[in-house]
Design a binder for this molecule. Structure first.
Ligand SMILES: [Zn+2]
Ligand SMILES: [Zn+2]
Length: 346
């Protein structure tokens, strides 16, 4: 089969690899129909994720058809159409029993990380019964791909951890695909004001179209001043960090209102300064989380009932065999006006 293979920092190729085979009775082999590229894949290619070794097939999102199941798989059979979760869960360990699949003893985020991933014609999925989801007949396939990672990530790490409530002022720092996923799912709870902050005007335009009440280009304006002037000097009830650099986390801490919640979503590679000398008395909560994908079935229903439109996040389509072109587009997101790219296999 063909697959997108990582060969160390800056190096990847679309090359021939052996087809995956069942290793455990709980595995399934899935023939990939659609997949996508994540910001995390770009981090890996920069060398930021050293656990990913030379020869690894990348990708942790996608949908496909079951090709083969191990003898212990009871929920799925050959021919079933399935959504692949970015998080694999055994369903049995202490963390899984608590719904914290991201910290599963044998699973968590392993696809395209510690084991071969979904940017390929076939993929082996461990713990198939508890890591795959059936795709209903009437589903829009492109929208379903957004359920592998970004919609549950935005919703769980941003909206649920930020405890967004009706009437809240929500500030989302970072209008990339994840920040926009926070924006889309925050609206389930009817916040009064949603302010989106980014440095890319094109992404801010998308944010406006997706329901942001205000946008701020932090390269052109003082974002702290702007947020306070838009909120009668109160600040944000919820500040969501969706970038992963010190400046954006510190911005969240600077704009949080008393009693507010700072929900971190970004992947951080550097330490951040925490100004407890101003925050100690302000009754704030800071949360961190790796997506558990516990809300995937719920989000699936919101997509099927058209309460949530996942296709809004998709800007480009490519054939799976043109994945190198798709990477180029995704790597130059500002130039290409790219959010999520969809790769479809023939
Ligand atoms: Zn991802
Ligand atoms: Zn587990």
């Amino acid at each position: 089969m063909k697959a997108l293979v990582y060969h160390g920092p800056g190096k990847k190729s679309w090359e021939e690899k052996p087809n995956p085979t069942l290793l455990q009775a709980t595995d399934a082999i899935v023939r990939i129909y659609k997949t996508t590229i994540c910001g995390t894949d770009l981090h890996i290619l920069k060398g930021d994720v050293p656990e990913v070794t030379d020869g690894r097939i990348l990708g942790h999102e996608g949908i496909g058809t079951i090709e083969e199941v191990g003898s212990a798989v009871t929920t799925f059979k050959k021919g079933d159409r399935v959504l692949i979760s970015c998080i694999s869960s055994c369903g049995k360990c202490d963390y899984c029993r608590k719904g914290m699949y991201s910290h599963c003893d044998q699973g968590g985020w392993i696809l395209g990380h510690l084991i071969d991933g979904t940017q390929a014609e076939y993929v082996r999925i461990p713990f198939a019964d508890t890591s795959l989801y059936p795709i209903p007949e009437q589903a829009d396939d492109d929208a379903i791909v957004m359920l592998s990672d970004i919609l549950p990530t935005g919703f769980e790490c941003g909206v649920l951890n930020g405890q967004v409530k009706p009437g809240d002022t929500v500030v989302i720092v970072g209008a990339g695909p994840i920040g926009l996923a926070v924006l889309l799912t925050a609206q389930f709870y009817a916040p009064a004001t949603i302010i989106m902050i980014d440095v890319d005007d094109n992404r801010l335009l998308a944010a406006k179209a997706f329901g942001a009440t205000h946008t701020i280009n932090s390269q052109e304006k003082d974002a702290v001043k702007e947020v306070f002037s838009l909120t009668e000097n109160r600040g944000a009830d919820v500040a969501v960090e969706a970038v992963g650099i010190p400046a954006t986390f510190e911005l969240c801490a600077a704009i949080i209102a008393p009693g507010g919640r700072i929900a971190n979503v970004g992947v951080h590679g550097k330490s951040v300064e925490l100004h407890l000398e101003t925050l100690w008395s302000r009754n704030i909560t800071i949360t961190t989380r790796l997506v558990d994908t516990v809300t995937t079935p719920m989000l699936m229903k919101t997509i099927l009932s058209h309460k949530l439109d996942g296709t809004k996040l998709i800007t480009h389509h490519f054939a799976l065999s043109d994945i190198l072109k798709a990477y180029d587009t995704f790597e130059h997101a500002a130039r290409e006006k790219a959010l999520k790219v969809i790769l479809t296999s023939k």
